[in-house]
Design a binder for this molecule. Sequence first.
Ligand code: SF4
Length: 418
Amino acid sequence: MPAPLDHRSLYRLPWNLADNPIAWLEPTKACNLACDGCYRENVKEHKSLDQVQADLDVFARLRNFDGVSIAGGDPLMYPELPTIVRRVTAMGRKAIINTNGLALTRELLVELKAAGLMGLTFHVDSRQGRPGWRDKTEVQMNELRSTYADLVASVGGLACAFNSTVHGDTLHEVPELVDWAGRNVGKVHTMVFILFRAAALEQFDYFASGKKVDVGSLVYGEQKKERLDLNAREVVDVIRERHPDFSPCGYLNGTAQADSFKWLLAMRVASAHKTYGWVGPKFLEMTQSAYHLWTGRYMSYAAPSALSVGRSVLLGAWPLDRGVRTAAASWAASLARRPLDALRKLHLQSILVIQPIDLLEDGTDNMCDGCPDMTVNDGKLVWSCRLEEPRAFGQFVTAVPRHPEASNGHKRLDVVQP
Ligand code: SF4
């Protein structure tokens, strides 16, 4: 069995509030789906282009960023999306669209690419109530993922990522999605697993400005009987049951728990037929540091062309990184058996696990330290996963345990809603 993950042996991504690869822009609240686990109230309300520009100006003033995740709502609902993409590109930043894909057509994709789009992140999972895809398993949803991956690949030159929300009863399907991503390594550049969260209503009272507030009225206050405490280590364990060599290389810790993995990143070196290995912390450190030295920014998304240089990575970085060395040895052994494998392209592909807010027993919130997905509210940078709180109550809420004996220490809350 592989050793349990120790955060001190991984590369701590150097991202922080002011210098971070990503800015999270929300031009609209409107969406054409209602996914379980969504953080945003779904109302037909778009920002004006002037308001969008004002948000971009706030990012430009407060944050050194590499790419803009254009989210929502679903940004494809926004009538002037190509204009936003053009503005982000004109700032010298990478425009990435985060969408459920439902409103995507080939014509729109071509138009967005012409406007400067760098890539797309599709949110596809089994709890979205998609027309024609209800009651499917997570594995069955791979068929739809493949449709979007093929569409993006057919246009060419665009980065393609997939988000999938993980629930307690879909955790066991994660390895199958990791394998699907591996089989599509030339088309799918990143696979993201986001652990389901909702506000725990039974154990805490919530306060804003000293007054008790009803977070049950927020979109993430709605509760079903469901685990709220899934963590990234469990995801690693379930992947390792099938792939014992699976090795994350970098992370963001929590604001209250140094050893919690809020963003946990692994990167494979693979052809569409075989994964040769997983790069190690030194490789990630080299790429982030070199990119920052070169551009003055930390890297968000890499162009597909930069991710299809797996062979150069193996040949160039093996002396410096143990993970790359292992992958290079596996590749060399494979070539000895099947020399024609030398003709297959090798790619890099990221597997990312995001463990959003953890509420600790004493009510402390353990957020992502160096949150990449900060958005703008009222001229300030705020966590996008909790934006509904300042909107509804004027500030982020404070959780207070209903049982005072829970208020000592920072033990993690294991919440199973009744
Ligand atoms: S703190 Fe919230 S918004 Fe920021 S990265 Fe974590 S989950 Fe996303």
